[in-house]
Design a binder for this molecule. Structure first.
Ligand SMILES: [Zn+2]
Length: 439
């Protein structure tokens, strides 16, 4: 038994919700008057109706969450820590927005104090929004990646991250030559990849237009030497970007091939956006298990376009959700899910609450290869969960009082929900955040 931990804790809640995969099908599981037992290692050892628990599970401790709803912690599979202070910078499309707001903000992260403060504030916000696993871009500076890993390490959250690689197409203060970039990454991989079973390194070419051929080759080689590392980048976010990539990378058959030709695709690769991917590109992503990370609030805010989730899913690609702050307009997964619904509805496809929950939790864990550990509440997995308290929002609780099904309640949480209704956040059974105790 780990010192300071109670051997078995039972969490009682009015409802427990999660998505479960059964072959190709995804089920929405909703248990009423439910209980979840968590052992001293933070693993879920039993789950079910509370009244069946009393005779079956012996627990040293019981936590009654009252009218709370227990759900899996959210997975935010694409966001930018150094952009935490440029959320809501409006008026420009992607490439101009990067130049005017983002690169100057990221340049500030060369300063260790700025980077540490940014990472600390990001961790604070993720916990209060119920995000337990995040794939985060740092800036180009090794010191910023170091700050990010150290803050997530201290906080107990799960992190996939890496320093961003850029050697062309931006101001000098956010560029780094290939050789020192790779040296910095080798050191970061050694120090952080796999630490505590929660922190993992991602090779992070910002996108095709910020890496020279030499850089992309070096990143491919680095990947080959470190096959357990992740890869994260952007793809086909705007039509201007796609046209520019076609010009600059004229030897590649399409945008995806820029990454593909350098060995950067695979089951641990996450590519943000993918709005303008062609069918052959999506098929090749599906064949390599490369994930598309859909960032709906970002796409709407920058006016980048409407990602077609149905078409991308029908072609077999893995898809999960993310906030993509600072282009995204906030860290609340409720709002990301709602925006995802709206973007699909505008294209005539209306997603169910079940699917939206799946995309924001289990699909993220699957894209990261962490679905054996988190993303749903099943026996044997780590207890990464949140307690939702709808009564923190008066209109939401009044709305919920007139709902009949868990799916209706889940949808209402998306429409009205934000950080106010996240009561508590846990990773591997450890409480990392309680609203009642938050500063
Ligand atoms: Zn992004």
């Amino acid at each position: 038994m780990t010192p300071g931990r109670s051997p078995v804790t039972i969490h009682l809640a009015k409802e427990i919700w999660f998505s479960r995969r059964s072959g190709d099908a995804i089920q929405f599981v909703a248990l009423k008057d439910a209980a979840m037992a968590v052992d001293d290692l933070g693993k879920i050892i039993a789950l079910g109706r509370a009244n069946e628990f009393k005779s079956q599970v012996h627990a040293e401790r019981t936590v009654d969450h009252g009218d709370g709803i227990i759900m899996p912690g959210f997975v935010d599979a694409h966001l930018h820590c150094p952009q935490i202070d440029v959320i809501g910078s409006g008026g420009l499309p992607l490439l101009e927005w990067l130049n005017k707001y983002v690169f100057p903000a990221e340049a500030k992260f060369k300063d260790q104090k700025v980077a540490q403060s940014g990472a600390k504030r990001l961790v604070r916000e993720l916990k209060r929004h119920g995000v337990t696993t995040a794939a985060v871009f740092s800036s180009v500076h090794a010191v910023a990646a170091e700050a990010l890993f150290s803050e997530f390490d201290a906080a107990g959250l799960r992190l996939i991250s890496g320093k961003t690689s850029m050697d062309v197409g931006a101001p000098g203060e956010v560029l780094q030559p290939v050789r020192s970039d790779i040296e910095d990454q080798e050191a970061l991989i050694k120090r952080w990849h796999g630490k505590a079973g929660r922190l993992f390194y991602a090779i992070t070419p910002r996108f095709a237009l910020s890496c020279s051929r030499e850089m992309m080759r070096a990143l491919g080689d680095l990947r080959e030497r470190n096959l357990s590392c992740y890869v994260q980048s952007h793809i086909s976010e705007t039509t201007d970007e796609v046209a520019e990539v076609k010009k600059v990378w004229n030897g590649s058959k399409d945008y995806l091939a820029v990454y593909e030709d350098h060995g950067l695709l695979g089951a641990k690769t996450l590519l943000g956006h993918g709005i303008y991917l062609t069918d052959p590109e999506i098929r090749r992503m599906a064949a390599t298990k490369t994930s598309v990370v859909h960032c709906p609030t970002s796409n709407s805010f920058l006016g980048s376009g409407l990602f077609n989730l149905k078409r991308t899913a029908d072609l077999g690609a893995r898809i999960c959700l993310a906030s993509d702050i600072g282009a995204g307009t906030g860290l609340s997964p409720w709002q990301t899910m709602l925006e995802c619904y709206k973007v699909q509805a505008l294209q005539g496809h209306r997603l169910t609450a079940d699917e939206l929950l799946y995309r924001a939790t289990l699909a993220g864990a699957e894209s990261l290869g962490l679905d054996g550990t988190c993303g749903s509440l099943e026996v044997g997995k780590d207890a990464d969960f949140i307690v939702v308290n709808p009564s923190r929002n008066r209109l939401l609780s009044e709305r919920i009082a007139v709902t009949e099904t868990p799916a209706e309640r889940l949808f209402a949480c998306m429409a009205y929900g934000d950080d106010r209704i996240i009561e508590e956040t846990y990773v591997a059974g450890q409480r990392l955040y309680a609203q009642s105790k938050a500063e």
